[in-house]
Design a protein. Sequence first.
Length: 251
Amino acid sequence: NIPLRSASGAIVSLAQVAKITTAEGYSFVRREQLQRYAVIQMDVRGRDVDGFVQDANAVIAQKVKLPPGYWIEWGGAFENQQRALTRLSIIVPLTIFFIFVLLYTAFNSVKYATLIIANVPFATIGGLVSLWISGQYLSVPSAIGFIAVFGVAMLNGIVLVSFINELREKGLSVGEAVRQGAELRLRPVMMTASVAILGLIPMLLSSGVGAETQRPLASVVVGGLITSTLLTLVLLPVIYEWMETREEKQP
């Protein structure tokens, strides 16, 4: 019975120009940037968020056909994780570069700085293999683990290269300095790596609350330290001797 004025000026009721029915509707409509959207909330337990999203996208692509104009966006923890990984993809290279500059300043040699930075790929190999064996994905905790293991790996390289240089300054030949340096620095390097690995084993084997955060970090650090320590004690001295011998042979 709501009165309306028609184009001719006559007064008519709303029922004369419209069909009125009572029906249930949305209590409110969500909008973002003038676009309607619906929210589906869920909790992910017992696995990493990134792996869940990948599996969910695969299932949706197979079983759901979205109408034109519809799309799916993942938010919450996954969105925050992607943002953090984007920042880390910038921070980590910059950190390695600044460490390289500091190493160059300390040794006054691009050669030695590069040799120590070579521990980074050694540690990366072990971290990635550890993630693959444990069935985990690259995430923010694992990225933080890579940063931690890079620091320990380069520290071991600094300890070894510095000691070899000290032996050479005492008059030892390249080969003898490398052999004695690797033998005498074996215990300090192994102790540093062993303490870190043993301390992270409880996190690596955790299965309770927070395990989805602890296990990726521990897996990366443990795997990275195993490979970087072995390669630091075996491959790094070989590379050092090869570089120095080659330089001595040059006129």
